[in-house]
Each structure stands twice: as C-alpha cells, then as structure tokens.
Design a protein around this ligand. Structure first.
Ligand SMILES: [Zn+2]
Length: 362
C-alpha cells in the first residue's frame, strides 16, 4: 500500500526519536567516542560510497558527486570525567573532560567504563550534616568530590579494569516529556548527529558529500580541525546545539531562540570571535529555507562556539554554515529539546545540499 506524505513524516519522526534515544543512552567522552561512531557508521554506511576513520579517530564517509563538495559534520563526543587517582580505600578521584558546572556533578550516579565492563558509581561528598553554616552556602568543588563504586581497596578497583584514564559518563537514560519534548544526557551533540544522519537519508543532492562525525570538540574542536584540513571541502555545514532563552533564568535579550520553532542558523557566535557567517552563506541558507517554507531562527550569540569556527579557518578558508538545535540545560544530564526541530533542521540541511550549486558556482 502506498503511504501518504503524512505517514512518511510520522515514520521519520519515530526514526529521529529512536536514533536520538540510542545515541543519548550510549557513552563516549571526548577521545573515547568509539561506541558513538559505530552507531553512526551503522546508520550511514549504506548511503555512501566509502567510510573510514582518520588518524585522530574521526569517522569520515564520502558520497562521490559533483562540485561544490560539501562537508556536513557533527561532533560525536560528550563531556564526561576521567579516572585520575584511586585511593587505598577504593574511592576514585577524577579530572573533568569538558565544561562541567561543579554543582551539576554533585551526587550524580555515573558509569565507570572499566575494561571488564561498565560499573555503576555515585559522586559522593562531605555530608550536609557535617558542614559548617558558611560551607552550606558555598559551591562544592569537584576536587572535593569522589566516586564510590562500592569497593574496599584500590586493588578491588583495579580488578574491575578501572585505572588512570578510564572514562566516566553520567548514568541517565532518555525519557519523554510532554508533547514531542524529550530529555536525556549528551543531546549536545547527539542531536546534531541525528540531524546530520537524517539529512543524508533525505537529500537527493548530486554534490560530493563528506559526512564527518568528529571527535574531541568539547575540548578544543580538534576533530573538526584535522578532518576539514584532510578533506578540503568547498563548503561546510556544522551541526550542533545552542542555548534557548525560553525558560526561567535567562532573558530574551540574552537569547530569543525557542525550542520547537525550527533550526537555529548562526549569524555570529562568541560575539563574532567564534564565527561570522559570510553573506553568501546566509543567502544560501536563508534562500533555501524560504524556498521550501522552513521556519528558521537567526542567532547572534555572545557566548559559545562550534566546530564551524575552526572549519572556516582551515587552509585558505572554507565558507561554513552552522545549524543548531535549541536545547535547554546544555552540559547537564537533563538536556531538553523538541524533536520537531531535528526534523525541520534535517529538512533544511537536506535541501541546502541540493541547492548549493545554485548559490556557489565553483
Ligand atoms: Zn556541542
């Protein structure tokens, strides 16, 4: 039986939900993204001509075609922790990998990814009952926290395959909120990955497409830097998440982005120290959104930057667009987004890959 266009849309929304759930529940801190890259490889390998991994660990897929060549990319890593030291009683001390607010870490349940399998732990600290009055008012620093996995000695910890460098992630699984809102960990940037994969599935572009799931974004945009240099594309689209201003604690003048109102197009980030989209890039993205009736939000941000910042500065300069999913509570294990934004963001990216030759005669 033939499906109506509406049924097709419902199918792709459930694809988006299940891929986001799978990627959010999987674990991969910066530098240890293997499990995430394998999921992405499984999703895209039948859609491209070749897939490989580069020296830094980036997953690179290529669909050969015509000019202009376009790199679409999203970072695969999530912020996490790393084992630094295990004391003689079996308590684990850690380094932060990426931008954590210490208050967010306190008393979380975590997964310590030992070589003998995942081990559940908790982030403990001094009991409130023993804090002095002024201590209770202060932020507890991560250096005063530790991870308790129930072991009695450092030897017991080592027997679980947990040593210096073992990655640690948040133990938090994906859940639905009201409507099409969902919550989970690492939507930064599993949401960008889903948008990129879904755009590749939908596009009928004749251009050469480089699809890159980059590594180590959260600690300095490292994967984007080397992969863009290696591929040397004519154009790039980076996909990430961005901060909306639609909940208490932030004002519209600081961010007027809303969740559920379509993909966010970066005009500038970090007050322009990150990226300022060129006028031809804005014509391409705005023109394509208008042509296909896709609602977008334009963002001039004073904080934050993405892989797009380093891609645009690669070699002699690569014109780069940044498309983002507005996501609440970024860099916490309870991030919130609207699935419809991933759907419309993927639609815009798919159509932009098709319209690129019209805007860029290369
Ligand atoms: Zn990100």
């Amino acid at each position: 039986m033939l499906k109506s266009p509406n049924a097709k849309r419902v199918d792709s929304m459930s694809d988006i939900r299940s891929l986001l759930e799978k990627l959010s529940n999987a674990h991969g801190i910066s530098g240890r993204e293997g499990a995430i890259l394998e999921i992405v490889r499984g999703e895209i390998s039948s859609l491209v001509d070749e897939v490989r991994t580069d020296a830094l660990g980036n997953l690179i897929a290529i669909k050969h075609g015509e000019k202009p060549s376009i790199m679409i990319e999203a970072h695969a890593d999530e912020i996490g922790l790393m084992v630094k030291y295990v004391d003689e009683k079996g308590f684990i001390y850690f380094a932060k990998i990426g931008g954590w607010f210490d208050q967010t870490l306190l008393n979380q349940r975590v997964i310590v990814h030992g070589t003998s399998g995942p081990v559940v732990g908790v982030l403990g600290s001094k009991p409130i009952h023993f804090m002095k009055e002024e201590e209770r008012k202060k932020l507890i620093e991560y250096r005063d926290m530790f991870i308790d996995i129930g072991c009695q000695s450092d030897k017991e910890v080592a027997e679980l395959g947990i040593i210096e460098g073992t990655p640690i992630t948040m133990d938090r699984s994906f859940a639905s909120l009201n409507g099409d809102k969902v919550t989970g960990k690492a939507f930064d940037n599993r949401a960008g990955l889903v948008m990129m994969v879904e755009a590749l599935k939908r596009t009928k572009s004749n251009c050469t497409i480089y699809v890159v799931a980059t590594v180590q974004e959260e600690i300095g945009f490292k994967g984007a830097k080397v992969s863009a240099f290696g591929l040397n594309p004519d154009l790039a689209i980076a996909s990430d998440v961005t901060i909306p201003g639609d909940h208490p604690g932030i004002e519209k003048k600081d961010s007027h982005m809303l969740i559920g109102k379509g993909p966010v197009v970066t005009v500038a980030d970090a007050s322009g120290r990150g990226l300022i989209a060129s006028l031809p890039i804005m014509d391409w993205i705005n023109g394509t959104a208008k042509e296909f009736g896709i609602e977008i939000q334009l963002n001039v941000a004073e904080a934050g930057a993405t892989d797009g910042m380093v891609i645009q500065l690669t070699r002699a300069g690569i014109p780069t667009a940044v498309l983002s999913i507005a996501t609440r509570y970024i860099h916490s294990p309870v991030e919130v987004l609207s699935l419809s934004d991933i759907d419309s963001g993927a639609e815009l990216m798919a159509r932009a890959m098709e319209s690129a030759p019209k805007y860029f005669k290369i």
